[in-house]
Design a protein around this ligand. Sequence first.
Ligand SMILES: CC(C)(COP(=O)(O)OP(=O)(O)OC[C@H]1O[C@@H](n2cnc3c(N)ncnc32)[C@H](O)[C@@H]1OP(=O)(O)O)[C@@H](O)C(=O)NCCC(=O)NCCS
Length: 222
Amino acid sequence: MQFLITVANSSHYQFAEAICTMMANAAKVRGTGIAKRTPDYIQQKMEEGKAIIAITDDIVVGFCYIESWEGRKYVANSGLIVHPDYRKTGLAKRIKKATFDLSKKKFPNAKLFGITTSLSVMKINSDLGYKPVTFSELTKDENFWKGCMSCTNYDILQRTDRSMCICTGMICDLSNVPEKNVAKNERKMWGKFTRFVALQKIKIKKKAKLYPKLNKIINNEK
Ligand SMILES: CC(C)(COP(=O)(O)OP(=O)(O)OC[C@H]1O[C@@H](n2cnc3c(N)ncnc32)[C@H](O)[C@@H]1OP(=O)(O)O)[C@@H](O)C(=O)NCCC(=O)NCCS
């Protein structure tokens, strides 16, 4: 099956409602809680270019977005969701990888972290280079932890003074992640191209010495 996995933008606003419904339904099934999101919030993430969307046959089948905490020090890839009919096909892995790459591009020196009870998310995170850590290594930003208030296990987090809960914390220091090979290749190709253009200019100038008429063409003269 073909999926379009791309950075979301305002052309995807129409999918915000369906994304929220998917998230709410998944939270009910899991019996834990996913921080509640509104269509407005999802659209804001799309507008900021901080979300990855997966689409097939004009329906949304997956989503994930970036949030930042303590300024740009910590980032999280939150709200990962895959439509139930499209799970276990590697789609979450592809969405998470695209969100990871987008995070590196936008926040190259941040600490990327997440908390999860999901085994599949732990597997995906490990493959991306995240390491399990205690909650003491995660952001202290109150706004992040407020997101846990809608979880059915919030009392545990409160009881332990935010030092542990049912979720496992995982972190990846993006400053240790090499820039994407694609970006490197692009720079290499651009370097080759500019060298080629410079060489052509030298050749044309040499020729112009032999054929002065060429100067008129070079200088756009009639
Ligand atoms: C969690 C979720 C996003 C996974 O989506 P998915 O598309 O099925 O995941 P993938 O197919 O990419 O699988 C990723 C890995 O997890 C494994 N996996 C998938 N479902 C699994 C399950 N139920 N139990 C154990 N492992 C599982 C896969 O085998 C794969 O591992 P591998 O690369 O070693 O083979 C999806 O189940 C979902 O939307 N759940 C509801 C929302 C949710 O829980 N979000 C996470 C919040 S932290």
